[in-house]
Design a protein around this ligand. Structure first.
Ligand SMILES: NC(=O)c1ccc[n+]([C@@H]2O[C@H](COP(=O)([O-])OP(=O)(O)OC[C@H]3O[C@@H](n4cnc5c(N)ncnc54)[C@H](OP(=O)(O)O)[C@@H]3O)[C@@H](O)[C@H]2O)c1
Length: 317
């Protein structure tokens, strides 16, 4: 059982020769595979792989880097590999000038952030949004894309020993406010809304208490979009939020968006172009990350499952 993780990396039309241009022998394609479900460090193994023969419109792709996302861990289906053959329509070329760590992390988190900021509320410069798990890969992209559009962000994170360092890092990315989940419940929140409007959009990656508290600060008729459930707890909404504030609860899944827009390559290309332009202008960077050589994958898998790491593990393939 294995799955190709990347679909955006630089494609080459010709199959690799046994020797590179510099004359050095090319290593055989390898990938992380697993044969049964279990804890990823225990069940995932690095193996030599066979690359399928090229068909009419297939593209032989050499992978350069791939992130370990929570979805990979949760489903234990993400298998990271150095090469693979995919139908051309599954692939999207990333322009050469996009740094490899940005390219490796582009297709999931920044796209999710972009869609959630675009598709649910029409936000204008000066409007605000609120999000939890703001230090996640998605959260960091939300902060940067919102900043580039003049939208203020209120960013909720879990308390931790090195909180000031994390706050400083998110502020440097462009966050307007960084607060802990505990602060969400405090009366001082009123002071925060003296300088910025109450949010029209809330982005929920957590569930449980964090979400209920965040929802209290949403404007009447505002929208909360749930895209993750890191706390593994349901979303609890007080009935007053529906009756007196008419809040809207929505969900988002990037995979579904892609399926729904399979016949709209222009929509996808336009989003990727907007994101690449932000990257070129230095307004969107790769998330804080740790680059890990492929053979150290066990350490990377363990780190990806630890709390408060605040660093995306990127396998260098
Ligand atoms: N729906 C979609 O289309 C879509 C797309 C992309 C991602 N996602 C989902 O979004 C989530 C984040 O993905 P990512 O790649 O951005 O993750 P990531 O960079 O690895 O970050 C994980 C985040 O979750 C937080 N977290 C972990 N356990 C938590 C808990 N028990 N309570 C509160 N926060 C907790 C972490 O905070 P600490 O630093 O405090 O540990 C961190 O902010 C995942 O659930 C993923 O499946 C969904």
């Amino acid at each position: 059982m294995h799955r190709a993780a990347g679909w955006v990396l630089r494609g080459v039309r010709n199959p690799p020769k046994t020797r590179s241009r510099s004359g050095t022998a090319r290593s055989p394609p390898r990938g992380l595979v697993y044969g049964r479900h279990g804890e990823p460090p225990a069940v995932v193994q690095l193996k030599d792989l066979e690359v399928a023969k090229l068909g009419g419109s297939d593209v032989h792709v050499k992978m350069l880097a791939a992130p370990i996302n929570p979805a990979d861990i949760n489903m234990i289906q993400g298998t990271w590999r150095t090469r693979g053959v995919f139908p051309e329509e599954m692939l999207l070329k990333v322009p050469r000038d996009i740094p490899v760590l940005c390219a490796a992390t582009l297709s999931v988190n920044p796209c999710t952030a972009f869609r959630m900021l675009t598709d649910f509320e029409s936000l204008a410069p000066g409007d605000s949004i609120i999000q939890n798990a703001a230090n996640s890969g998605v959260g960091q992209a939300v902060i940067q894309i919102a900043k580039a559009s003049g939208i203020k962000t209120i960013n909720v994170v879990r308390d931790r020993p090195d909180l000031p360092k994390l706050v400083e890092r998110l502020m440097a990315l462009g966050a307007d406010h960084v607060i802990t989940e505990e602060m969400l419940r405090k009366p001082e929140m009123k002071d925060l809304f003296k300088s910025i409007p109450k949010p029209r959009l809330a982005l929920n990656c957590v569930g449980g208490k964090s979400t209920t508290e965040m929802l209290r600060h949403l404007q009447p008729k505002g929208t909360m979009v749930t895209y993750g459930g890191m706390a593994k707890q349901p979303v609890m909404v007080p009935v007053s939020a529906f009756i007196f504030r008419d809040v809207r609860l929505r969900g988002f899944w990037m995979t579904q968006w892609r399926k729904d827009h399979a016949q709209d390559p222009a929509g996808l290309a336009s989003m990727m172009d907007s994101l690449c332009q932000l990257i070129r202008r230095g307004q969107l960077t790769a998330p804080a990350c740790t680059e890990v050589p492929l053979q150290d994958y066990q350490a990377a898998l363990e780190a990806a499952m630890k709390p408060f790491i605040s660093s995306k593990q990127i396998l260098l393939l």
